[in-house]
Design a protein around this ligand. Sequence first.
Ligand code: NAP
Length: 271
Amino acid sequence: MTQRVALIGHPLRRRHSELMHNAAFNHWGIDARYELHDLEPEELDGFVAEVREGGWLGFQITAPYKQTVMEYVDEVEPDATAIGAVNSVLRQAGGGLVGFNTDTTGFRRAAEGELGIQFSGIRAVVAGAGGAARAVVHALLAGGADAVTVGNRTLSRAQALAAQFGAPVRAVDLGTAFHDELDRADLAVNATTVGMMTPGAAFDVTPLPGTAAVYDLVYEPAESELLARARARGLSAANGLGMLVSQAETAFERWTGIPGTGSVMRAAISR
Ligand code: NAP
């Protein structure tokens, strides 16, 4: 019987996950398919019950259900608890559901790998205070960053994030206070939707030191305004595609036991 996995969310705007996972299932000859399920909130209950019944490897979750789904699973792994969001679920043989989060390892592998940096001892600035920013901050702390400044348009959200993680995370507004932090940053991260949902750049790259690196979680367009400006300055810079692929690779490995699917997945979304 064909095993199933799905991405649930509302609305579902992108097909990258479907393309990546189905390419990997095909490549490794696994009889399974990845589906997109655009669910209304009242459909969540029925969906999870169906997964428990059988025929499913697990599922993935995007906005707005990454927090809600934590109430539906039997176990939430520590990374996901720290971030406060589950983006992937593994169905165990007996129907038990384990929630985990692949964004933290996805971000760390992609940023350290593509930018040629180590998080240990660095000063980082992060624009944004949503779910993605929490995964980024968790990865930076786990990697041993010395200082993390979070700047957000809505300051109270950045303050809540900083309070959740504690020192060395600080909250500032995304205006002047964030700008003033840039000249001491080793790594600047965009974890806002600016560049993807809204035109422009989340922050000005001009004050960054020449040795700083820029990671933009945005992957569509492939070169956001922020990245174009960073590259024009000669800074090391990467878009969020590597994180997207790396987090998918982790989920795939949890479901199937097969590691190292990244290049097949990346090829599928590059086509
Ligand atoms: P979210 O929870 O909705 O948070 C959105 C963030 O963007 C908030 O900090 C919000 O600030 C900020 N924002 C929105 N419009 C803004 C504007 N006009 N000016 C300044 N700030 C603005 O979203 P999320 O899940 O964290 O995702 C954030 C981004 O990361 C999205 O573009 C998403 O596609 C991307 N992402 C990429 C990957 C990957 O694998 N590459 C993984 C996860 C997410 P307020 O709090 O003030 O509203």
